[in-house]
Every structure is written in structure tokens, then in C-alpha cells.
Design a protein around this ligand. Structure first.
Ligand code: GTP
Ligand code: MG
Ligand code: ZN
Length: 291
């Protein structure tokens, strides 16, 4: 049996990258009976049928994790792409993306693209998020800045590119490898809905053991994975860190006394806007989890 990774799935066919090349396969009947659907990103064992020379997925190896949107398994890293301008930065959305990636335990890189449009604002954002404890890479896909650094960070990872529509996710991927041929910039100016130009789920091979996944931009995130208000603390990296010094273990860093987080905000060690978004998220979760 051959081992490989599913890089694409279309209409019941799975395209599996193996040491013998890419093999088109179907899922074995038993998987359907067991109610298991192979996902892009799955490591699988396949058998080549001697009758028709086509592949059959016999076994799915254990998944490290699973994303629902897009449906994909074994992602190790998220590059969250944002821009300072066009579209304007939305830190509320960025912080939600970060929460999601933290929740999935992914390695996280924030990429501020379109440096050419606003150097000052982009550098300010970089500082803010580095202060929060994140790795930040600044790029301009138009001017070919930061691409090598990005490429380096993608090695030996299966990386999902996420972020709102129009920030340049697909443009960056084309810079990483021009053969990727991702469609870019088809956001219709007339129907302001912003047409999603990126649809199918496919791992793009960047090098040995390195894959990237383009996703359509989305502007709202489902936070139903947060079960309890107190969990919000876990998904803000610097708040989690500074919260260790609070008087109460249960401190939500809101109105409690002797709160290290609030102290750090006053001292400028935690960014004010990050803290503001944290409080807003607390409110949002409180309101939606009240039943
Ligand atoms: N000025 C400037 N424009 C850029 C840059 N990168 C991308 N763009 C432009 O931004 C627009 C959107 O780029 P896309 O790559 O399609 O954005 P996307 O994030 O893939 O968008 P969706 O697929 O809709 O989620 C295109 O017109 C690009 O040419 C950049 O670094 N600087
Ligand atoms: Mg795109
Ligand atoms: Zn506190």
C-alpha cells in the first residue's frame, strides 16, 4: 500500500500526493459505511486496484485537527493576512481570527500586506501585534517585499491563508509560486457584496513537506466554539500571560481588584485597543451565552 496526503477532492475523487506522483483515488466503500469522509489534508493509505489501475483510499491516519471552514485536516499553521489600507484594517476581525487560530492550537503568523499603501500604519500595527506576542511579517505583493521571509516561515508546515476579502491572500500565493495561478482582484465594485474569488479546497505544494491553502475572504466568524466567558482569556495571548499575576484565579480582567492585566494596560505593556476588543468580546459572549 502507498501512503500519501490528499491535496484535492472533487466529486468523490481524491487526488493523493505520494512518492509515486499524484494518484486519483476513490474512497473505499467501508469508509462510507463507517461514516468517515476523507478530508483534504488527510494522510491516507491507498491501494492500487490491479483490475482498473485506479487508487482506493483504504485507511485514514489519525488526524491532528480538523477545520470546518474550509473543510480540511492536519493544518499546522495559519497566516492571517490583513492590510492597513484597501481594505482598512479591522482589528476587531483580526482579533477574532486570532482567537480561532489559538483555539485550534495552530502556529500563528500575522501578515500585514500592502505595505506600499501605508508604511506608517503598517509599522504601527506590526509593533502592536508583536507586543501581544505574535510573529508578524510585513509584505507587499505588488513591490515583492517580504516574500522570501514568508516563504521561509512556510517550510515544513501545512499553512492556511485566512483573512478578509481583498487583502491579497491569493496575490501573495502567486508571488510564492507563479504556477499557483490563483485568481485575484475580482471583487466587483458595483455589487458591493464582494464576490468571493477563491472557492475550491486544494493544498498547493510549495516544497517538500510544505503546503499552502488559499481561502475565500470572510468577514464574520462563528465564535460558538467558545463555551464559557472565562475561555476568552485563553485566546488573547498577552492577556493569558499577564493574567497569571492577578489576585483572583477567576479574574476576568474587567472590574476585579488587583488585576495584573489592567495594570499592564495602564503601563502600556498591553495595547489599549487589544484590551478594548477583549472587553467587547467578553460582552458579546456574555450576551449570546445567556439562556
Ligand atoms: N497596492 C497593493 N495592492 C495589492 C497588494 N496585494 C494585492 N493587491 C491587490 O488587492 C486586490 C485583492 O487581491 P487578492 O489577492 O485577490 O485578495 P484576496 O485576499 O485573495 O481576496 P479574496 O480571494 O476575495 O478573499 C487585487 O487587486 C490585488 O492586485 C499589495 O501588496 N499592494
Ligand atoms: Mg483570493
Ligand atoms: Zn485580572
Amino acid at each position: 500500500m502507498l501512503e500519501g496526503i490528499i491535496i484535492k477532492a472533487i466529486g468523490g475523487f481524491y487526488y493523493i500526493k505520494t512518492c509515486a506522483g499524484i494518484i486519483e483515488s476513490r474512497a473505499r466503500g467501508i469508509l462510507r459505511v463507517e461514516g468517515i469522509t476523507p478530508l483534504v489534508g488527510d494522510f491516507v493509505r491507498i491501494r492500487i486496484s490491479s483490475e482498473d489501475n485506479s487508487g482506493y483510499v483504504e485507511e485514514i491516519l489519525e488526524r491532528k485537527n480538523e477545520l470546518i471552514r474550509p473543510p480540511v485536516a492536519n493544518i499546522t499553521q495559519a497566516v492571517i493576512v490583513m492590510s492597513a489600507k484597501k481594505p482598512d484594517i479591522n482589528t476587531w476581525l483580526l482579533d477574532k481570527f486570532l482567537m480561532m487560530a489559538e483555539h485550534k492550537n495552530l502556529n500563528i503568523i500575522i501578515c500585514f500586506n500592502k505595505l506600499d499603501l501605508s508604511e506608517e500604519e503598517t509599522n504601527r500595527l506590526k509593533k502592536t501585534y508583536e507586543l501581544a506576542g505574535y510573529e508578524v511579517i510585513i509584505t507587499s505583493s505588488t513591490l515583492d517585499i517580504g516574500i522570501e521571509k514568508l516563504k521561509e516561515a512556510l517550510k515544513n508546515n501545512i499553512t492556511v491563508f485566512a483573512g478578509p476579502s481583498g487583502v491579497g491572500k491569493s496575490s501573495l500565493l502567486n508571488r510564492l509560486n507563479k504556477d499557483f495561478n490563483r485568481e485575484t482582484g475580482l471583487v466587483s465594485g458595483k455589487s458591493k457584496r464582494g464576490k468571493h474569488t477563491t472557492r475550491s479546497v486544494e493544498l498547493l505544494e510549495l516544497g517538500e513537506n510544505s503546503y499552502v491553502l488559499d481561502t475565500p475572504g470572510f468577514s464574520s466568524l462563528d465564535l460558538s466554539f467558545i463555551e464559557d466567558v472565562s475561555d476568552v482569556r485563553l485566546y488573547f495571548r498577552e492577556i493569558k500571560e499577564h493574567g497569571k499575576g492577578c489576585r483572583f484565579l477567576s479574574c476576568l480582567h474587567d472590574k476585579e481588584p488587583d488585576c495584573s492585566v489592567k495594570k499592564a494596560v495602564e503601563q502600556g505593556i498591553i495595547d489599549k485597543d487589544r484590551y478594548k476588543n477583549y472587553l467587547l468580546l467578553l460582552e458579546e459572549i456574555k450576551n449570546t451565552r445567556r439562556y
